[in-house]
Design a protein around this ligand. Sequence first.
Ligand code: FES
Length: 575
Amino acid sequence: MTQQNTPVLRSSAWFGKTDRNGFIHRSWMKNQGHPHHHFSDRPVIGICNTWSELTPCNGHLRELAERVKRGVLEAGGFPLEFPVISLGEALLRPTAMLFRNLLSMDVEEMILANPLDGVVLLTGCDKTTPGSIMGAASVDVPTLVVTGGPMLNGKYRGCDVGSGTDLWTHAEDVRAGRMDCDQFVEIEACTARSDGHCMTMGTASTMACMVESLGMTLPGAAAIPASDSRRRLTAHMAGMRAVEMVREDLRPSRIITREAIENAIIVNAAISGSTNFIIHMLAIAGRLGVALTLDDFDRIGSRVPLLVNLMPSGKYLMEDFYYAGGLPVVIHELLDLLHKDCIAINGKAIGDNYREAECHNRDVIHAFDAPLLRESATAVLRGNLAPDGAVIKPSAASPHLMQHRGRAVVFHDIEDYHARIDDPDLDVDESSVIILRMVGPKGYPGMSEVANCGLPRKLLERGVTDMVRISDGRMSGTAFGTVVLHVAPEAADGGALALVEDGDMIELDVAARRLHLDIADEQLERRRGAWQCPPPPAERGYAGLYCRHVMGADQGADLDFLRGGSGSVVTRDSH
Ligand code: FES
């Protein structure tokens, strides 16, 4: 059936031909049993699937793909599922973040090279969402996202257990002798008891909320638990909507605008989302040519109150969040701050989508005028230790350390840290500042989530629960502590972090947005002159390419040659 008002389909350059190449494009596809009429004037919807058994958070995405297909077929489209690499946070070494840009390249190239008119991205675990969006945004065909949804609340001996957040606490309990190993193992299955991604407001949940606040998924979708039948319903409706988006030519570049990104920054502050949001948002903006700087996150987000009482900043989990009304309630509370005219993938303005949202539990989602915290945004710090910026998440930090001066205890890299952190002779006390370097984009490589490194055992045993830690790495979205992250330039690039020595005084002043190494400028320059650039941690293959081209954390740690987009046109045929 030819649909009226459908723009010329991109796929017609493959399937609409009557020549030899048209035969090739259709004939081999027919070995899958596709009827001939599917190749005529039907929007072809690619279902870009990050499913993998190595990515347990995305282990249910094959089933969701089937639901998307039903929706596509019902709306008169032609669904074709295709795999891309998947990034599981729990298994990948040295860090899943190393491969985010590789996933984005896979997504971009497969959309670009195939006869696709629109795309549904199936994502879940942390990096699969931003990596997929980066790739799709670079091609800019009509796209929407279906995230896999969070796991159900963990349950252990009658208490809720949050993935990641409680792990960090329990791991320190084991190190301090407060918990035995059998108990620790018992908690594993209690934490991960259903399909889905981490159910704290970690990076995966943050990314799901980012997607919804940008307008890139169906309203209300972010918090639906993976096991809830409404997640499958959402996938079905997303498939239907993807077909309509092709007919409306509704592309990411019309949705992910500067104003939509500002909305996402405001929402992220109100939910106290992961610090990884900053890096991924910068990278996505870079693909679409939207001007965005690190300081925008502080400037736009700093006036926003914390509304959501979820771990790691609060006490509840995503399942509770969904039952309380989920992200629609948060957006509803924030409407006066948001650009209400931004269009979402359902073709409606954000203001219209969320005007009627109702809250069902005010202890989980607070009202704008009765927030959990007056200011919650991630603070951007600058100073001679981070001239290109660093970030800290105050809502996950200790108030008494927000202004702190202490002497540096320096770990040259993560191996040095592991070798010495529990040494009884380590010269450290609770006022010390732990410096962990060479864990940034180039240095690790991949900017690992080790910035919330554990405290020295001898201090844990004395009941110390937090210290100032500073690094060029990242922190898991599920983690907490007074941790200064994303220091730029990174140590591997000769940033000042590489020049800190044991005993130097470090000053952190979050209210003043200041991070200072208290030594004379001349001394700092002398050290800089003597600094020797370490050899790159990788030269061969993708990791080598990454090390040569990755940009700093302040630019989203994307590869320099991936800024901007490829567009969706490929003129040359294959035969
Ligand atoms: Fe996949 Fe947390 S490990 S979302």
